[in-house]
Design a protein around this ligand. Structure first.
Ligand SMILES: [Zn+2]
Ligand SMILES: [Zn+2]
Length: 468
């Protein structure tokens, strides 16, 4: 049965502040009976430039929002935060402790990247915000603990209804949360990015199941089936054997990874596999930004929602750190492992530069462990057969691909089977699908129509205000 009778429910409006229905970036507005206004996430599009990459701030109008809630510290959820605070510096930003700490290196790094892009490509609007604004943002942070009921309006609005919210661990990366709002009889849950399977460091999400009338839920993996034999433990086993096989033939392994989340998961996975004797000990190299994030994982090891609280990645794994200068001199050494960002091997990032030294040696391997846009250099690499030419850098001539290239599914997003099961278990009145490309959204719409015909499913068009 639906959670509540819709005719008695207070009105909540939803506006998609992103510029397209796609994986892209995340930013949404919730309005509670025309009173409190809450922004969910402040993401920057990872593959667009300038204003096109930012949320559509113009849709907010003149009226300031009462709060902004950040689900986690990935760029596509927090990368535009200083722009919102520039409009409204008094607005409180609610986040978990881990997200508040991870935000700092992430946003400062964004300023650096934008400064470089301004110099290289002449993008006049860059940087979109400054280091000073990043520092100032931190003053607006209000830390909330998972499970604690937090209040947005001081007491209640003029309708006499308090608006409160509560964080639930999302399992995706350190500090990731889903947010459940409570307003009169309404219970609305925004998932952020979620994983219902445990990873090496992150436990599975611990989301509520009862009484939710509206789910605003990510659909990232909607287009991808995950059969039982491709679940994470099997994929880890396959990756470890592939690394070991590369070392045995005298090669080195490059794994392009996102600096936040995937790097720390892999450091922990490799370490535990080595301890268990399934992989030989080997020197490991990571990037400088990854090191900053790893430090925060270590600092919060004992007091955050995570597994292996006794594991200190920087001490126990002791990775070397590579920077923009040292990568120029580096040639891959046999028996060594490089966990280097960016995950999609974007041009001019360390993983892209390093990969060009792996391509022509058949002993080496490049292993892709996360989502890759087919148009990204990593996506291009995956589509190239051994022996054919591939161009990882548009300013360099194509090179023959002779090293091994393989893909492993070590996702930190919920597989679609789990997302569907969660939606059906919660059985809301309304399901709003976000953060997915067209085929992913279509799969959920189709399956939910079949499984639960009475459930209203919405793909919110950008810029339109909908009544939930
Ligand atoms: Zn994320
Ligand atoms: Zn995301």
């Amino acid at each position: 049965m639906p959670a509540s009778d819709s005719s008695t429910l207070p009105l909540v409006k939803f506006t998609n502040l992103t510029r397209a229905n796609e994986i892209g970036a995340n930013c949404y507005l919730l309005e509670f009976d025309g009173e409190a206004r809450v922004i969910l996430d402040a993401g920057m599009h990872p593959r667009k430039e300038g204003e096109e990459a930012t949320p559509n701030l113009g849709l907010l109008g003149e009226r300031p929002a009462d709060a902004l809630i950040v689900s986690h510290a990935h760029h596509d959820h927090i990368g535009a935060l200083p722009l919102f605070l520039r409009r409204n510096e008094k607005m409180p930003v609610y986040l978990s402790e881990a997200t508040s700490l991870l935000a700092e290196p992430l946003l400062h790094n964004s300023v650096e990247v934008m400064l470089k892009q301004r110099a290289q490509f002449g993008i006049a609007s860059y940087p979109l915000f400054t280091h000073k604004e990043v520092d100032r943002s931190a003053k607006s942070y209000r830390i909330c603990r998972a499970g604690q009921e937090c209040s947005i309006a001081e007491d209640s609005d003029s309708n006499g209804r308090p608006l409160t919210f509560r964080f639930y661990p999302g399992g995706h990366i350190l500090g990731a949360v889903g947010v459940r709002f409570r307003y009169g009889d309404r219970r609305i849950l925004y998932s952020g990015d979620v994983s219902f399977q445990e990873q090496t460091i992150m436990p599975a999400a611990d989301f509520p199941l009862d009484g939710i009338d509206t789910l605003i839920i990510e659909a990232t993996r909607g287009a991808k089936e995950t059969p039982d034999h491709q679940r994470r433990p099997m994929e880890v086993e396959r990756l470890i054997s592939a690394i070991e096989a590369t070392f045995r033939r005298g090669g080195a392994v490059l794994i392009p990874v996102f600096a936040l989340g995937k790097t720390q998961e892999l450091l922990a996975t490799i370490h535990l596999e080595q301890k268990a004797g399934r992989l030989r000990r080997c020197p490991i190299t990571i990037g400088g930004l990854s090191r900053s994030f790893t430090q925060i994982y270590d600092r919060l090891a004992k007091r955050s929602f995570r597994r292996h609280p006794g594991l200190s990645l920087l001490e126990d794994v002791a990775p070397s750190v590579l920077d923009g200068r040292s990568v120029r001199q580096l040639s891959p050494r046999p028996g060594e492992l490089y966990l280097i960002s960016s995950g999609m091997m974007t041009e001019r990032t360390l993983s892209n530069i390093l990969a060009q030294r792996f391509l022509s040696d058949e002993r080496h391997s490049i292993f892709i462990v996360g989502y890759c846009d087919p148009n990204s250099p990593a996506g291009q690499l995956l589509q190239t057969s051994r022996g054919n030419l591939v161009a990882l850098d548009s300013e360099q001539p194509p090179q023959p691909l002779l090293c091994e290239v393989e893909q492993f599914d070590l996702t930190s997003h919920a597989i679609r089977e789990d997302l569907l099961a969660y939606i059906l278990r919660v059985n809301p009145r309304l399901c709003v699908l976000v953060h997915g490309d067209a085929p992913a959204l279509a799969w959920f719409q189709e399956r939910l129509r079949e499984e639960r015909p009475g459930l209203e499913v919405i793909v919110p068009p950008p810029g339109e205000t909908l009544e939930l």
